[in-house]
Design a protein around this ligand. Structure first.
Ligand code: NAD
Length: 298
């Protein structure tokens, strides 16, 4: 069924996601603070809207794809009063679990309904409509959003109530950040022991060390030809986004008083790496920092 969708935040992710909704036959009213982002989306058939409240007035559903929680909450304050009562607000941004729950509460207090539905899959997934969505909110809200999520992605998982999508996203990325550091340290240790990259890969990728950081995004060139290590660590999944997600995980770890030493340490290491050498690199490039600190030239 064709819907009228308001889409706010037409950046690297939101632009192609909105374009995929147009491709699936929906009318999409798009808004962004940056005119060039609106212009690019218009080429793909998104109807430009000069204000966010203007975009949502007659929308069946509102999607937001913004940088951080404060942007989502500020925007919700601007637009919740402008939509039709009962409109479903789907936030696909990656934000703090606490902010996501606040966004849900504000939506409901304004007579609206809400779903948090962050994504994994990056810009490539946004363009190819192969994103994975992790959703938090009611069953009915998830069912209503599902056809749109399926037009923008290949998989959507209903993870639980308000904030559960964001919770799943940061827990998954905490595993990923810690495991990439572990895999990188193991390769550097192997180098110092005279073990070839290929030998360690051949063993660990079929043994108990197997994980995505090793077998898909392998941090050394060679064993996995498509991994960013083979193209001088061009992303891929940018280190800055890993640092952001681990920062969100840190907030949740601290507020939940969870004992997560490796998660917190990974957040520190990625924050430092993303500020320095890793500013424009894939997150697997952290192996170079580990090698440098080890005094290795390999
Ligand atoms: P981006 O910076 O390219 O896009 C965000 C857009 O939001 C910008 O165009 C900005 O102008 C716009 N914006 C900000 N405030 C606004 C407002 N009040 N009204 C209208 N527009 C506003 O970022 P992105 O890479 O598209 O990421 C968006 C979200 O998706 C982030 O939360 C990010 O963590 C998450 N994410 C990104 C990736 C990725 O690979 N880029 C992957 C997974 C998740």
């Amino acid at each position: 069924m064709s819907m009228i969708v308001a889409f706010v935040g037409l950046g690297n992710m939101g632009g192609p996601m909105a374009a995929n909704l147009v491709r699936a036959g929906h009318r999409v009213r798009g808004h962004d603070l940056v005119a060039a982002a609106v212009d690019a989306a218009a080429v793909a058939g998104v109807e430009p809207s000069s204000s966010a409240p203007g975009a949502v007035t007659d929308a069946d559903l509102v999607i937001t794809m913004l940088p951080a929680g404060r942007h989502v909450l500020d925007l919700y304050d601007d637009i919740l009063g402008a939509a039709r009562p009962g409109t479903l607000f789907v936030d696909c941004s990656t934000i703090d679990v606490a902010d996501a729950r606040t966004a849900h509460e504000r939506a409901v207090a304004s007579g609206m309904r809400a779903l948090d539905a962050p994504v994994s899959g990056g810009v490539v997934g946004a363009e190819a409509a192969t994103l994975t969505f992790m959703a938090g909110g009611g069953e009915a809200e998830f069912a209503e959003a599902l056809p749109l999520l399926e037009a923008m992605g290949k998989k959507a998982v209903h993870c639980g109530e308000a904030g559960a999508g964001q919770a799943a996203k940061i827990c998954n990325n905490m595993i990923l950040g810690v495991s990439m550091i572990a895999v990188s340290e193991a390769f550097v240790l192997g180098e110092s022991l005279g073990l070839s990259h290929q030998a360690l890969y051949d063993v660990a990728s079929t043994a108990s060390g197997q994980c995505w950081a090793l077998s898909v995004n392998c941090p050394v060139p060679g064993p996995v030809p498509a991994s960013p290590a083979n193209r001088d660590y061009r992303p891929g999944f940018a280190a800055s986004l890993m640092a952001k997600d681990l920062g969100l995980a840190t907030n949740a770890v601290r507020s939940g008083e969870v004992h997560a030493e490796l998660g917190l340490r990974a957040a520190e290491l990625y924050a430092a790496y993303a500020k320095g050498a890793g500013a424009t690199e894939d997150f697997s490039g952290i192996i170079r920092t580990i090698r440098e600190k080890s005094g290795e030239k390999a």
